[in-house]
Design a protein around this ligand. Structure first.
Ligand SMILES: Cc1ncc(COP(=O)(O)O)c(C=O)c1O
Length: 397
């Protein structure tokens, strides 16, 4: 799957490779099927039909109606549209209140911050030491002016799965809209909009084997959203501009492939994740810490702290291993991740955190090589720097 087979790719929560079936489906739309879906002629109609077929594939996969699904440029646009779009469509946006959480992706936190600058009130709830939000915190944060609760389904760093059904129940009872960022769960867990009871949901294609730059927003019928950008009427005016047909077709194909493969993928990958964790624990004599281990987690994700080392240094010394330190989207930053901070993880532990996220093509051999290399390199760094080890705070959170 990898262009360079010497690399071991364990960063699927950052992005996934494009599935060969997805690539095959989109290629004709990058060559001879180049029509604009708004054109009335044969090529245009062909493109429009392909877009509508993708919408059907997605709506079936996500268990929503096809007219509740709007293609976007990905997770970031979807969440911005859900959050800003909801608030800007209310009678008095500046006096609205939003509830979100400390473990959200910047695609959620930043639009909230921008709305706060406009006068909106934002309540940020925390999480427990496993990175799981508590529904009662959502309930007690509700105010008469609360218009939206925006929380994630599964955390990108630890994989912890959030109690969305309980939060949805609370929102329904209070008549408040619920936006769920499902960028990390779609394709890994069965996600049914009907069963979860969401009003708005973010989907990012490149997290489940579609290309980067395509996603969708599910918005339940009857919800009014104010568009972020203005232009032609594409996507019901919510994401205007000529449709990115090839990418949309790719997203539809990725959904269909995920519907077929994700159940068996999940079982196999869960076994690999457990094997990886057991091996690392065994090789380090249990001296590491696995975050959110006792929480319900995404089957492909493990967030492991190697105390007394910088995760960046650890990974730099294993150049064949593609993994992440903290959240991928801000991996150049030395700031401790907000998720680990919210979980109460101490700084020395947080700094040594490596996120391993497995995927459809991950093999047992890769898992073993990664586990041995991480444990061996960690021990080497520690023994060459005994002073740091002795001085370091090795308390586990
Ligand atoms: C939980 C979560 N939400 C949103 C996003 C943003 O998605 P995109 O990269 O498609 O804009 C990401 C990407 O890392 C994510 O992990």
């Amino acid at each position: 799957m990898l262009a360079n087979p010497a690399l071991i790719y364990l960063d699927h929560n950052a992005t996934t490779p494009i599935d060969p079936g997805v690539r095959d489906a989109m290629m004709p739309f990058l060559s001879d099927r180049y029509g604009n879906p708004s054109s009335q002629h044969a090529l245009g109609r062909q493109a429009a039909k392909a877009v509508e077929q993708a919408r059907q594939q997605l709506s079936q996969f996500l268990d929503c109606s096809s007219d509740e699904l709007f293609f976007t440029s990905g997770g970031t646009e979807s969440s911005n549209l859900a959050i800003s779009g909801t608030i800007m469509a209310t009678d008095s946006p500046a006096s609205a209140h939003i509830i979100t959480s400390a473990i959200e992706h910047p695609a959620t936190l930043e639009p909230c911050r921008a709305l706060r600058q406009m006068g909106c009130e934002i309540t940020v709830i925390g999480c427990d030491s496993n990175g799981v939000m508590q529904p009662h915190e959502v309930a007690s944060a509700i105010q008469p002016n609360t218009k939206l609760v925006s929380v994630m389904h599964a955390n990108n760093e630890t994989g912890s799965i959030q109690p969305i059904n309980a939060i949805s129940h609370i929102c329904k009872q209070s008549g408040i809209l619920l936006h769920v960022d499902a960028a990390q769960s779609v394709g890994k867990l069965p996600v049914s909009c009907q069963k979860i009871g969401i009003d708005l949901m973010t989907v990012a294609g490149h997290k489940f084997y579609a290309p980067k730059g395509i996603g969708c927003l599910v918005a339940r019928k009857g919800i009014t959203l104010s568009p972020l950008v203005h232009g032609g009427g594409q996507e019901s005016g919510l994401s205007p501009g000529t449709e990115n047909v090839a990418q949309i077709v790719a997203l539809g194909a990725a959904a269909e492939i995920a519907a077929e493969k994700s159940g068996s993928d999940a079982m196999r990958i869960c076994g690999l994740r457990d094997q990886f964790e057991n091996l690392v624990e065994q090789e380090t004599h249990g001296d590491i810490f696995i975050h959110a281990k006792s929480a319900e987690r995404l089957m492909n994700t493990t967030s492991v702290s190697f105390p007394d080392v910088e995760a960046v240094e650890l990974l730099n010394r294993i150049p064949f291993l593609c993994a992440s330190t903290g959240a991928a989207c801000h991996s150049h930053s030395t700031v401790i991740s907000a998720t680990l901070q919210a979980m109460g993880v101490t700084e020395p532990i947080a700094r040594g955190t490596v996120r391993i996220s497995m995927g459809r093509h991950t093999t047992e051999d890769e898992i073993q090589q990664a586990a041995y290399a991480l444990a061996k390199t960690w021990k080497k760094i520690r023994t060459t720097r005994p002073a740091a080890y002795e001085a370091g705070d090795t308390t586990k959170p």
